[in-house]
Design a protein. Structure first.
Length: 622
């Protein structure tokens, strides 16, 4: 009985459905029901094992995925907030389970899988259209988009459902829309009009949802991915006319589009203020995040750490700071450089799998004496052509959108992190017994990997042992300090003085780092912060001045040093440092009452004086 269920053609779709359901439940329930949801998601695995079958289909990406999961486990152990880390961990587990649910599908059913993904995209878009608030004070939409959204809000039902950020919705839609397009083209080729109607309906709803998110980065990422596909098709059309090779035409079109894109961006930066501001904001985010990455360069900051770390040590505020993030920087900060390398390896291997399984020009020309079975095999491979390109566009759009936002690692979209990669695996699966082009043999992997790793570690230890030890101690101390500062986050309130005892383990690590590297910026910065948090502003200024001389662009150091000057009554020096800090007047007004409530009238007076000086001398604040 159980065997007939497991070996049924539709059982992989049950696996896929449970994986999608588990992802939704992890989005909603977080870590509270993590293990229960995991049992639900792994039910098909257990059923396969019961009938003496492998729990899941092995792929050529198993080892990188396992290593990525191990970095996530380490990220939970090193996290600054266990609750946030646990929620993030289960979402990553959901992404891996969805990967194997997709990889376990039959190649003959890829078109059905794409149809399912189209329905999922329509569901996501429909949820967004029913819940988003286009009239929120913090909403930033173009006029026409806001007008359409407000009109929709007047006619839709009011549902008490959680609201997802538009950029997160856009990130999920851009990786699903290519499969809707492939489904529509496939159904049109097959003359399956009902399936074509379904694809067009899902595509229309997804396109409307994507448009009303107002996420320009997502639009451009999807457009770039589809343009690459279009250029390849145009190259094929031109080559069939005998003008040139498909690859040459493709590269020429790609280069031309790149030049046009650079020119358009350059003109937009010079003439459109919003574009200039957006690019400047993202560049500043890159610089400031790299400072954080340097603080946690060895083992990472832990899962779910990007928002609290950026708010606490870069913005120096006790509440969540809404910002445009970056997929790759988030992975680097939270899972270390090793985690980023593994993630890039997974993306690179998925591109290679799709490239190596493409239909080459020679395969499109067959002789008259070709057997019927050979023609059927070729036609079967050509059926997959559309979906291979859809997977390619999906992964490329994820990568491009990841440069401007973090929809698939930093929030509810994480279960879709490996969706495109999973589709690439099933679409590149080979039926023949020939060895694949990417071979993971255990002996060669361990011998070669161990030798390379040992040689690399030996060279690094011999040449850079003192800076490496300093970085190790800074990373350890920064994690210990963050667990004290961010135990309850966001607190939405300025904290009071902390006991020196709470920071003693972290301070000991920073002092060890300075013993190996006296000019370590991160160690001086953190020791200055500890002195501030314990009320020793003279010591704080001593360390922060050194850190500021090493990294004058670090916003967190600038703000902390300037505020230390304020509490010491050195207003002229504070003004020179704090001029770019636009939130200073508002915060100084808040600090007046805050210090009074803590019986510090002198510091309250300093806050009042600094606020008045800033308003008078800085017109307007930057």
């Amino acid at each position: 009985m159980l065997g007939s269920i497991v070996f049924n053609r539709w059982f992989p779709f049950v696996d896929l459905g449970l994986a999608l359901l588990a992802g939704v439940l992890w989005m909603k329930g977080g870590a509270r029901f993590g293990w229960v949801i995991l049992l639900l998601a792994l039910l098909p695995w257990g059923m396969r094992v019961t009938v003496h079958q492998p729990a899941f289909r092995r792929t050529r990406l198993d080892w990188p995925l396992l290593l990525f999961l191990l970095t996530a486990v380490l990220g939970v152990r090193t996290a600054v907030n266990f609750g946030m880390a646990a929620e993030k961990f289960w979402l990553i587990v959901g992404s891996i389970i969805l990967f194997y649910a997709l990889a376990g599908q039959s190649r003959r059913d890829v078109w059905l899988v794409a149809a399912v993904l189209g329905v999922v995209a329509a569901g996501i878009a429909g949820y967004f259209l029913l819940t988003n608030d286009w009239g929120a004070p913090t909403a930033d939409y173009f006029g026409p988009i806001r007008s359409v959204g407000l009109l929709l809000m007047r006619v839709r039902p009011s549902l008490p459902l959680p609201v997802f950020h538009p950029n997160k919705i856009a990130g999920m839609l851009v990786i699903l829309v290519p499969f809707i397009l492939a489904s529509a083209l496939y159904a049109w080729q097959k003359r399956w009009w009902n399936w074509l109607l379904l694809a067009l309906t899902c595509g229309g709803l997804a396109a409307l949802g994507l448009l009303l998110t107002g996420a320009i980065g997502a639009w451009l990422a999807l457009a770039a991915g589809l343009a690459v596909w279009l250029f390849w098709e145009v190259g094929g059309f031109v080559s069939r006319k005998g003008v040139g090779s498909q690859t040459a035409v493709f590269l020429l079109l790609l280069a031309g589009a790149g030049v046009v894109g650079i020119v358009v961006i350059g003109l937009a930066v010079g003439r459109v203020t919003a574009v200039n501001y957006s690019l400047a904001q993202r560049y500043d985010l890159l610089r400031q995040t790299m400072y954080l990455i340097d603080d946690f360069s060895i083992i990472g900051g832990g899962l779910g750490s990007f928002p609290p770390l950026y708010s606490e040590y870069i913005r120096v505020i006790p509440f969540f700071f809404v910002l445009y993030s970056n997929l790759f920087l988030d992975v680097w900060l939270e899972l270390s450089f090793v985690g980023l390398l593994i993630f890039l390896l997974l993306m690179g291997l998925s591109f290679w799998l799709l490239y190596s399984s493409r239909i080459g020009p020679a395969e499109n020309r067959r002789t008259a004496d070709e057997t019927q079975s050979r023609r059927r095999k070729v036609w079967s491979r050509r059926e997959l052509y559309l979906f291979r390109w859809a997977a390619f566009v999906s992964i490329l759009a994820m990568a491009l959108h990841g440069l401007t936002d973090d929809a698939l690692y930093g929030g509810q979209g994480t279960p879709f992190l490996f969706l495109g990669i999973g589709m690439a695996v099933v679409l590149s699966r080979r039926r023949s017994r020939r060895k694949p082009m990417i071979i993971w043999t255990r002996g060669k992997l361990w011998m070669g990997g161990t030798a390379v790793l040992a040689a690399l570690v030996l060279v690094l230890v011999l040449l850079f042992h003192r800076p490496l030890l300093a970085r190790w101690y800074v990373n350890a101390g920064a994690g210990q300090m963050a667990r004290v500062d961010l135990a309850i986050w966001p607190s939405n309130n300025w904290g009071g003085f902390h006991s020196e005892m709470a920071y003693e383990p972290a301070a000991r690590q920073f002092n060890r780092a300075l013993a190996y590297d006296p000019d370590n910026r991160a160690a001086h910065h953190r020791l200055g912060l500890i002195a501030m948090k314990t009320g020793d502003y003279v010591t704080a200024v001593s360390h922060l001045e050194t850190a500021y001389s090493l990294s004058p662009d670090h916003r967190g150091i600038r703000k902390s040093l300037g505020y230390s000057y304020v509490w010491l009554g050195e207003f002229d020096q504070a003004l020179d440092i704090l001029t770019p800090i636009s939130e200073l007047p508002m915060e100084m007004a808040g600090f007046q009452a805050w210090w009074i409530n803590r019986d510090q009238p002198e510091l309250s007076d300093n806050a009042e004086k600094m606020g008045a000086i800033f308003i008078e001398d800085v017109k307007p604040p930057q």
